[in-house]
Ligand binder design. Structure first.
Ligand code: ZN
Length: 338
């Protein structure tokens, strides 16, 4: 038995999945399932790997059982017989399985044998919590396809006993797991029971600190006579590839996250009174922050720590809603981190 638990995040997309669920199916990452009745494409929300696992009723189960009596040619080669709409990490061969012609033999991928020979399973490790941990570099496919190691009875018993000391993590909304597992956030040590590599995965670092003194939160500038402050607002023929966070001229500005100062970043390069800023990276983010006078351009910085102060924007743009501009280095939308 594999001790794998699908994350409940898979359920968050459920509302858009009705075309599948109305059929009695279930939207899943089809690479991790064998659906006896087959898989239907393009009726599930999410990426291309999220497909509808069709329901298998009593007749379907009985058919599969009777067909499997003629699967010897496939299983003898180490393959698995299944309806060929299912995921197959290698390739399908026909004529080796019982049942209809679309019931074919998925040959075991030789590339995954380093994992499967340990009793592990190659999966998209972002969707699993593997109690025994994850091993890298022994599965075929992209970097997210990793070996979920098998968890035997001792492993399950250990995890259960260690978890009695997980309160420091769970009280913060985190999850204790071996830190070879995927964590959509960051690991902290000292909050979980068990060995030192059993750590607390918590998403709390996802939200940024309030960046401007005197403001109770990061508020996006609305529209004024000079333009609008939201991401992708029009700027002449271009789009605004950052967000404008309301901040009064002269206010102290704080670091949105913990990281390293990466040098000066100027919005215009025209030497005007607001033509200054800084680049900061860390905690999984990289941003440019404009219209501030940084205290320094190098060194490490903690979330919420002072980085400088807001330049006199009203001198350049009288009547504008004064703001700092925060832009991701990859120009993606930062709004949900505010
Ligand atoms: Zn801006």
């Amino acid at each position: 038995m594999f001790a794998v638990i699908t994350f409940s995040t898979l359920l968050s997309a459920a509302l858009a999945d009705t075309a599948c669920t109305n059929k009695g199916g279930k939207c899943v990452d089809y690479r991790n399932y064998k659906c006896i009745a087959g898989v239907q494409t393009a009726i599930c929300n999410g990426d291309t790997y999220r497909r509808c696992c069709l329901p298998c009723d009593a007749t379907c189960v009985a058919n599969d059982k009777s067909w499997s009596a003629n699967d010897g040619a496939c299983t003898g080669k180490g393959g698995v017989c299944q309806v060929n709409s299912n995921y197959c990490g290698s390739s399908y061969s026909s004529g080796l399985c019982g049942g209809p012609t679309n019931r074919q033999c998925c040959m075991k991928s030789a590339a995954d044998s380093a994992c499967t020979s340990k009793g592990g399973q190659c999966v998209d490790y972002r969707n699993y919590k593997c109690i025994a941990g994850v091993e890298t570099g022994i599965c075929s496919g992209d970097t997210y396809r990793r070996c979920c190691l098998p968890c035997d009875a001792t492993c399950i018993a250990n995890d259960k006993s260690w978890s009695t000391n997980d309160g420091g993590c769970t009280s913060k909304g985190g999850v204790c797991q071996l830190n070879s597992n995927y964590c959509d956030g960051s690991y902290s040590s000292g909050l979980c029971g068990g060995p030192t590599q059993r750590q607390c995965c918590s998403k709390s670092s996802g939200k940024w600190a309030t960046t401007c003194a005197g403001q109770s939160s990061n508020r996006v500038r609305g529209c004024d006579s000079h333009g609008c402050g939201h991401y992708n607002a029009p700027r002449g023929s271009r789009l605004h590839k950052g967000v404008d966070v309301i901040c009064n001229d002269g206010s102290v500005v704080y670091a949105p996250f913990t990281g390293t100062k990466q040098g000066q970043a100027k919005p215009y390069g025209d030497g005007s009174v607001i033509d200054n800023g800084i680049k900061i990276s860390g905690s999984g983010f990289c941003v440019l922050i404009f219209y501030i006078n940084p205290d320094s351009y190098t060194g490490s910085i903690s979330k919420g720590q002072r980085i400088g102060y807001m330049l006199p924007m009203q001198k350049k743009y009288p009547g504008i809603t004064s703001h700092i501009h925060i832009q991701m280095c990859d120009l993606k939308d930062p709004t949900h981190y505010l």
